[in-house]
Design a protein around this ligand. Structure first.
Ligand code: F6P
Length: 349
């Protein structure tokens, strides 16, 4: 007999701890996980079932969509719309929010998701994933508008991702710590393999797309110059680097062994406000990282406190080991003071 707590058992036991629970949330999570198993299967068999490559369409952010982006989005919508737990959905791949069709009952939650993050990696068989965030539909609202999704990350009821890598992992938080599961392909169930995940405060591993270096603000240049200088510089120790170009994989690595991930704002036209999306990338990942003992910042403020202003809002992301994120934050404060003419806080290096 196999050992281990199944995801189904895990969420039902969690539900039992909350006496007033109706089971709605448990069913919602269960439907999300079923959808992700289907996406996992398509990703896994991609080449064989001819779902790789470009769809020759663009999403709302002007990015070329992959066939698998569209298929994954469709899987999520079809798996979730009938469930009766949701009042609305929003996705990276849809310009406007998705209203639950009138033939289905509505529920008290809102779901935001990136159906296939890092999808530029599909053809090269590198890890990608689905990211999701569950919000409460504001009281008294049964027909939500887009504004009802504009809730700060602190309001999230649950955040999670499913990583489609050598193994398929589900990582989840409801604000009571972070738990990780691995899909047992033979029985089609996620098994609790990484209970109570925590990340070390200190790290010697960083992830950033170095090809953007010339566009960065001075605070990021300073931080990266220092870690690259290693034991010959002010940090006095060597750092290693990684870049997968798939945020799910980067965050997963940080949860497994520590690290810091940065996608800062820079001076390119489309990145002045950051590259990653607040509602369905930065917020869920920040919730998970904070719950695991890490930090998540724009460089200037806590990501989870940012008030969203639209569905596809972009935001700078500095996420991971507390000590490093706090250092990057300090460098931004010092840079802003210098640029605003206040006395420099530090000696120039
Ligand atoms: O859209 C998100 C994303 O694919 C992330 O998963 C990843 O971290 C980032 O974009 C990669 O960006 P770039 O192609 O600029 O390295």
């Amino acid at each position: 007999m196999r050992k281990g707590t199944t995801f189904t058992r895990f969420i039902i036991e969690e539900q039992r701890r909350i006496p007033e629970s109706t089971g709605e949330f448990t069913l919602l999570l269960s439907s999300i996980v079923t959808a992700c198993k289907e996406i996992s299967d398509d990703v896994n068999r991609g080449q064989l079932i001819n779902v790789l490559g470009s769809a020759d369409t663009e999403n709302v952010q002007g990015e070329t969509q992959k066939k698998l982006d569209i298929i994954s989005n469709e899987i999520m919508i079809r798996a979730m719309e009938w469930s009766g737990n949701l009042a609305g959905m929003a996705s990276e791949e849809m310009e406007t929010m998705y209203s639950i069709p009138s033939r289905f009952p509505k529920g008290k939650y809102l779901l935001v998701f990136d159906p296939l993050d890092g999808s530029s990696n599909t053809e090269v068989n590198v890890s990608i994933g689905t990211i999701f965030s569950i919000l409460r539909c504001p009281d008294g609202i049964t027909d939500p508008k887009e504004e009802d999704f504009y809730q700060a990350g602190t309001q999230q009821v649950c955040a999670g991702y499913v990583l489609y890598g050598p193994a398929t992992n589900l990582v989840l938080t409801t604000g009571q710590g972070v738990n990780g599961f691995t899909l047992d392909q033979d029985i089609g169930e996620f098994i609790l393999t990484h209970p109570k995940l925590t990340i070390p405060e200190r790290t010697s591993e960083f992830a950033i797309n170095m090809s953007n270096q010339r566009h960065w603000e001075p605070a990021i240049k300073r931080y990266i110059d220092e870690v690259v200088a290693g034991e010959d510089g002010v940090r006095g120790r060597n750092f290693n680097t990684r870049w997968v170009a798939s945020m799910v994989a980067e965050v997963h690595r940080i949860l497994m062994r520590g690290g810091i991930f940065l996608y800062p704002r820079d001076n390119r036209d489309n990145v002045t406000k950051g590259r990653l999306r607040l509602l369905y990338e930065a917020n869920p990942m920040s919730f998970i990282i904070e719950q695991a003992g890490g930090s998540a910042s724009t460089g200037r403020e806590r990501i989870l406190s940012v008030q969203p202003e639209h569905l596809h809002q972009r935001i700078p992301v500095v996420i991971g080991a507390k000590e490093e994120v706090e250092r990057v934050h300090r460098y931004h404060i010092e840079m802003d003071k210098e640029l605003n003419g206040s006395p420099p806080h530090r000696q120039a290096n």
